[in-house]
Every structure is written in C-alpha cells, then in structure tokens.
Design a protein. Structure first.
Lengths: 242, 239
C-alpha cells in the first residue's frame, strides 16, 4: 500500500514538473518577444522625436513667413491710403480670428479635479464623474468669459477660435483636436474685474464647481500672452453673397 | 535479529523517499516562481504593445501636422511672391489685398454666406425646455461635424458669440439678442456628414435627446443663406 501511495505521489510530482517546465520554455519565448517590442518601440520613439523637431522647425519658418507677408503688404500699401485701410482691417481680422499671438490684461483661471476624493469614498448613488472636470464645464466657462467680453481665450495653450470644438475623449479632453488634461489653465484677455465677477458671483459657475470640490483659482494679471491658433481656418462649403 | 535488519532497510527507504520528495518540492517551488514571472512579463508585453500602437498614432499625428504647416508656408510664400511681383502696379496690389480681406471677413462671419446645409428645428415642450447649455452643446457638435456657418433664429454664431439664460426660458445671444423657442438653427456644411453626426446612436445630439422626449427636426436644404454677424468686434484689451 505504501509503495503504491508513494508511486502515485511521485507520478503526480512528475506531471506537475513537466507542466512547469513547459511554462518555463514559454517564459523564454515571451522574454525574447519583449526585447523585440522594446527595439521597435525605441525606434518609434526616435522617429516621433525627429518629426516633433521637424514640426518645431516648420513652425518657426511659418512665423518667419507670416512676418514677411505682413511686411510685403505694408510695403505695397505705404503710399496708398485706401490700400492702407484694407491692410489695417486685415491685420485686425487676423487678430480676431486668432491667427496671431496676442497679449493684454486679463485673468488666468486654474481648474483641477477634486483631489481629496477616491472611488472607495463614494456612496451608493454617487459617481466619481461629478468630481472631475468635463468638456461641458470647459465649454460653459468659455461661454461665461465670452459673455463678460473676453477678446482672446486659450485652454492649456489651445487658442479658442471659431472652429474650436471641446469634446470628451475617454479620460482626456480634445480641444482643436489636441489632447489636453487636468489641471486646466484657462487664459482670457479682457477687462479682469468684469470676467472675474462673472465667474465668481454667488451661484456662478466657479461656485458650482467648488460644490463638487473642483479646485479653482482665478487670478487677475496686468499682462498675459495667448498663443495663436496653429491649425488652418478653412471654409470650403460657404460662399460670400451680397 | 533479522527483524532489526528489516527495520534498518525500511528506515533507509523512508529517508531516501523523504529526501526525494523534499527535493522535488523544492524544484517545484522554484519553477512556480519562474511561472509567476512569466505571468508578470506577459502583462508587461501587453502594455508594451499598447505603447507601440500609441507611438505609431503619435507619429502619424506629427506627420499630418507637418504637412499642414508645409501647406500653410507654401500658400503664404506664394502670396508674398504675388505682392512682390505687383509692386510696380498698384492696382494689382490692392486687388490681391482685397482678395485676402474678403476671405478673412468671410471666416470672421461679417458677411452673408450661402451654401448647402441643414436646418434643425428645436422646440420646448411640457417636459423639456431648451437651455443655453444645450444650444452650446449642439453648436459644439455641429462644428465637430465640419459646419462652416451657423445661425440661431437669424443670429450668426461667431467666435465672440455667447449664449446665456437670463431666466428659465429666456435666452439671449451675441450680447443681448433675444432668442426663444422654437429655435431654427441653420447650418452650412457637408449635408450627409452633418446629418449622420447628429444621428449617431446614443451620442449624436438628435438621437440622444429625441430618445428622452425632445422635439428635434432635421431638414436638408440646398442654397441656404446665413446672415452676417451684426454686432461689434472690438479690440480694447489686446495690445
């Protein structure tokens, strides 16, 4: 009886052992795969960096071209008063369209998700969602700022232009098609007291955000700089009519 | 005595057995450890795969952006050349300027525009009132679907447009123009694209809100006309 028992024990051990060995072989395979993945990944990283550098260089050259174009317009209109007026309107339009970097007095609104809440602190009907900043919150703040006369607005350096959309994409927000995430820094050029008053009034939107523990801060500045829109403004489906 | 000898043999066998089993157990435990590492590394491999996909996406992103910039630079360089060429004849120069100015006015929304598009009708009912926030959400979605011009009840939507609720059901836009239900939203853009974007199941504006009782009508219209923005666009604080 004892012999049979030990034979069974040993047999079982052997089976387990072979099983484990097969697994071990798999480890080796997986390990070599990881090395392969890492290699392609490093290559990709290098390429991404290369293209980013190329983008920066192109952006610098675009700015140079912009200045040259402006100079060419000025040059041609300097002796012609009606052309001069057109050139000035064009300049103003480009500012209004968000195609130039601008600076002036304004405010900086900082918003961050509620940092003191975690999923295990939530009650049955509560959801983490209300403690986070959503695309809708940003749209409402932008609308309030426009209502208070903001002349230029950016969120995390994305300039708000006529074609701008603010949408949700999983855990991040897409502005002008670019991924941005909390904390959000909203810059607005305009009359600081008016914009601050609109946001901070009792029952105003900052109040509403504070109720959910969203971290907010509104700061007035004598001078802030807002970057230009880096995309292309296009309108292929419309025509001007008289 | 033979009994004692048997005992020794049996004991020896037991010791060998114990050592064998002990060794096997040891090896087994060691292999189990390796096994744990397999599982860990497999997880890592999955994450690395994800990263690779993300990097590929990023790379494509930068390439598109570079192409866009190259296009912009080329367009602007052509304009510079045209200006330089027309330096002798003033007439041509102002023609060029006028062309640029026209385009910028159209983009700004200060000219009346025409094109094919859609008309959306939104109406309050007993259960649901159209709010300013809802209109802002709709405009956002229309822009995402490539709308080139939008108006609500004859008021053009431009970059400085604000839409706020004074009291419930009393909405103003463009700093003081009253707009009330029923809302007629005119949109110029790709008709098919606009229509399908609004009707995406569960997330498109029309599908999402008509399911919970809002009255929404969408109509495709040819040669739609959208009025110009009539308000002021001032630059008082931008230096």
């Amino acid at each position: 009886m004892k012999k049979i028992q030990s034979a069974i024990t040993l047999g079982l051990m052997c089976v387990l052992l072979s099983f484990a060995i097969v697994w071990q072989i798999n480890t080796i395979n997986a390990a070599s795969e990881i090395v392969g993945v890492e290699r392609t990944e490093n290559k990709l990283k290098d390429q991404v960096l290369e293209w980013k550098d190329k983008y920066d260089a192109l952006y610098a050259s675009l700015e140079k071209t912009d200045k040259e174009l402006e100079k060419a317009r000025e040059e041609i209109t300097k002796d012609d008063s009606s052309a001069k007026a057109m050139e000035e309107e064009l300049k103003k339009n480009n500012i209004l369209l968000g195609l130039t970097e601008v600076s002036g007095s304004g405010i900086i609104v900082s918003l961050n998700d509620n940092q003191s809440i975690s999923t295990d602190m939530l009650g049955g009907y509560d959801s983490i969602s209300r403690y986070l900043i959503h695309d809708e919150d940003l749209r409402i703040v932008v609308n309030e700022l426009k209502n208070a006369g903001a002349e230029a607005i950016s969120i995390n350096n994305q300039r708000i232009v006529n074609s701008t959309t603010i949408t949700c994409d999983g855990n991040v927000v897409l502005i002008n098609g670019e991924k941005v995430g909390a904390p959000f820094e909203i810059k607005a050029i305009g009359f600081p007291e008016l914009m601050t008053g609109a946001l901070m009034r009792p029952g105003g939107y900052i109040d509403i955000l504070n109720n959910d523990g969203i971290e907010t801060n509104v700061e007035s500045k004598d001078s802030i700089t807002i970057p230009k829109y880096s995309g292309i403004l296009d309108a292929k489906t419309i025509k001007s009519s008289k | 005595m033979p009994k004692k000898g048997m005992m020794v043999v049996v004991q020896k066998g037991k010791i060998t057995m114990t050592i064998t089993i002990g060794l096997v157990c040891f090896v087994l435990v060691y292999i189990m450890f390796i096994q744990f590492r397999v599982i860990e590394k497999t997880d890592i491999a999955e994450i690395e795969d994800l990263r690779e996909a993300e990097l590929t996406e990023k790379l494509a992103d930068w390439k598109t952006k570079c192409e866009e910039l190259e296009k912009q630079i080329k367009e602007k360089e052509e304009k510079i050349d045209e200006y330089k060429k027309s330096a002798e004849t003033n007439e041509e120069a102002s023609e060029l300027l006028e062309k640029e100015l026209k385009q910028s006015r159209m983009l700004l929304g200060v000219t009346k525009v025409t094109g094919d598009g859609i008309i959306i009708t939104l109406e309050d009912n007993e259960e649901h009132e159209i709010t300013a926030t809802l209109l802002i959400e709709l405009i956002n979605e229309l822009k995402l679907a490539g709308a080139d011009a939008i108006s609500i009840n004859g008021e053009r939507v431009v970059n400085v447009t604000d839409i706020v609720e004074i009291t419930s059901g009393d909405i103003i836009m463009n700093s003081g123009k009253n707009i009330n239900s029923p809302f007629e939203i005119k949109v110029i853009g790709d008709q098919t694209y606009l229509d399908s974007a609004l009707n995406v199941k569960n997330s498109g504006f029309a599908d999402k809100y008509s399911k919970i009782g809002y009255k929404i009508k969408i109509e495709k219209v040819k040669d739609l006309e959208i009025p110009k923005y009539n308000g002021k666009m001032e630059l008082k604080y931008i230096k």
